[in-house]
Design a protein around this ligand. Structure first.
Ligand SMILES: [Zn+2]
Length: 589
């Protein structure tokens, strides 16, 4: 077993150690590299601007952190192409499929960063160019491997001209169109080749050699050598791009607008979704997925079926543009719910400001559909999915709505996922996630953690205390971090790091984040001061756990900063994420 993960820098000890092992592999396998070239890697990772390219380092390691292979890819920012500098599966430690898994990650990343395909060098399989029969054999194996993906040497150029006449084995330039079937224009290829030769070999390549090679490109668009090893008639399929998409699956509630409470001061408004959507879609990180319909049974698995039926019925009966606010609450005689539907609202509600109206049920049901659609993406191999929904859900309990919430979408998702493995829920909304706590209080297979304003001053006021730790089998599986009204952002980060450690200890298969931006500076419902940078760091810390992660939008009401904070959070999450998967490449780690 091995996993593939991306390393962004050498900050974490585990990554520092992996980089040291990679340096050792480079020393062993690439004799002509100087120590300075080997040691530059961490600096290249940290400082893309200095080098004019972004370095993308994938490592294949086992659960003891032993590196079994790695790939180093550059995205050359100014010319927008990708160049694979190294792909190595350490021979003495090679297990099956590591090279293929690494190359598939490289292809996914290249496709994400640049549409111009992927370039790299490969030593020749032509006995006229390579005199050592052993080296020739290895070269043939390599070119055969890449040919399976459609990557073949660019032909009719002088790229493989030796620098000095006595040099053996000058490399081919290989191009992979990444399955796009696009062609590459000569002019673009020439600019790219010039960049490769000047930037990579600047100190050994004389300028007239560079010009000679660049001018040798005749074909427009460029052409690749005919397949030599993978013949169509052999029936060996040329693999397509792996299905495990690198983008974040995004499901947006397309029916959230119908739920619009126009009373003054009702901050849970449609504009929230629009401001987030506008900012995050521009990042290119997301892949939109249309929500699909799911049966109510998923909701009834975590909510009292009577409560679900009540909401449906009462909402359907409210006249258009009218709202019912609960106003009588049954502290006594809870076994006898009032007959009249509007009065009965208080029987199922925890506060006086969450109205029932004609569309509340429909919008909340659709939010659950979105979350379940996103869950399905995770089960099909997406590493990260985001349900951008409203109304929110984390205050909805087994048989109660409130706090702008009707159905607990996060709980529905967790319950659904729990049949595939243990689930951890991390609630980072400013307000306590009382809904999940209530629903999973007796369960050990779903860990609920919430970081929130202390109930002595923050909604919902009656829960979220540190001594609420779960009951029965669930004892120890509910963790609350009630924090003080005013705290600095460093303090918050420390608590988050502690919570993440507890999640790791629980070893879940899936992580669900109940994401609230009401922890941000200036939020009308909060008192803290988190800024865009903090959200990026938090995203990165959460992503670096390496679990498939499902994010569900909860609160956050300062419309002006919502989008920017969301963009930073997801950028961090995406950066922090390690792609985990096993040798079978089934996508779910
Ligand atoms: Zn909140």
């Amino acid at each position: 077993m091995f996993r593939i993960r991306r390393i962004y820098d050498d900050t974490l000890p585990i990554n520092k150690d992996a980089i040291a092992q990679i340096e050792q592999i480079l020393r062993q396998q690439f004799n002509d590299l100087s120590e300075a070239e080997i040691k530059i890697l961490p600096e290249q990772l940290r400082n893309p601007l200095k080098y004019r390219f972004r370095s993308i380092l994938f490592v294949a390691d086992d659960n003891k952190g032993r590196v079994k292979g790695f790939a180093l890819l550059y995205h050359v920012v100014d010319l927008n192409f990708c160049y694979l500098d190294f792909l190595s599966a350490a021979p003495q430690r090679t297990g099956g499929g590591i090279g293929g898994a690494l190359y598939e990650n490289v292809r996914e990343a290249s496709l994400h960063f640049s549409g111009e395909g992927l370039f790299f060098e490969c030593l020749p399989d032509d006995p006229k160019l390579c005199s050592d029969p052993n080296v020739l054999k290895q070269n043939i194996a390599r070119l055969r491997f890449y040919e399976r993906y459609g990557a073949r040497p660019v032909c009719n150029t002088a790229y493989e001209t030796p620098l000095k006449p006595e040099d053996d084995c000058p490399p081919y330039l290989v191009w992979d169109d990444l399955g796009t079937n696009k062609s590459l224009r000569r002019e673009k290829a020439q600019a790219i080749v010039r960049a490769i030769l000047e930037r990579k070999y600047g100190d050994v390549c004389p300028q007239d050699y560079v010009t000679m090679v660049v001018n040798s490109f005749r074909d427009d668009p460029i052409c690749l050598r005919a397949p030599k090893y993978v013949k169509k008639e052999t029936g060996l399929p040329i693999p397509q791009m792996p299905s495990k998409a690198i983008k974040i699956a995004l499901v947006i509630n397309d029916q959230h607008d119908i739920h619009h409470v126009r009373e003054r001061g009702y901050v849970e408004a449609p504009v929230r979704i629009h401001s987030i959507m506008k900012e995050i879609l521009a990042t290119g990180l997301f892949e939109k997925v249309e929500p699909r319909h799911f049966s109510e049974k998923h909701i009834k698995a975590v909510h009292d079926p009577q409560f679900v039926d009540y909401l449906k019925k009462v909402c359907a009966n409210v006249p258009p543009n009218k709202s019912i606010y609960p106003y009588v609450f049954p502290l006594r005689n809870a076994a006898r719910p009032p007959k009249e539907l509007p009065i009965r609202a208080g029987y199922f509600c925890i506060d006086t400001f969450t109205p029932l109206n004609q569309n509340a049920f429909k919008a909340a049901k659709r939010a659950v559909d979105c979350v379940l659609t996103a869950v399905e993406r995770i089960l099909k191999g997406h590493s990260i999915a985001y349900a951008l929904v409203r109304p929110p859900g984390h205050h909805a309990e087994y048989r109660a709505f409130g706090g702008f919430c009707y159905f607990n979408s996060v709980a529905v998702a967790a319950n659904y996922l729990s049949s595939f493995g243990k689930v951890a829920i991390l609630d980072i909304d400013y307000h306590h996630g009382n809904g999940q706590q209530n629903i999973f209080y007796n369960r050990a297979d779903v860990l609920t953690i919430s970081i929130h304003g202390h109930p002595s001053f923050a909604y919902p006021y009656f829960s979220g205390f540190a001594d609420e730790i779960g009951e029965g089998a669930g004892k120890g599986f509910n963790i609350n971090y009630p924090l003080s009204e005013h705290l600095d952002n460093q303090q918050y980060r420390k608590v988050l790091e502690k919570a993440l450690k507890q999640i790791q200890k629980f070893t879940p298969q899936f992580l669900i984040v109940a994401l609230g931006f009401d922890t941000a500076k200036g939020d009308p419902t909060g008192s803290w001061n988190l800024n865009a940078n903090d959200f990026e760091v938090h995203g990165r810390l959460i992503g670096a756990l390496g679990y498939p992660v499902m994010v569900v939008q909860e609160g956050g009401y300062k419309v002006r900063s919502l989008g920017n904070n969301a963009r930073h959070f997801f950028w961090g999450l995406w950066k922090g994420f390690h792609w985990y998967y096993n040798g079978q490449n089934n996508g779910v780690g």
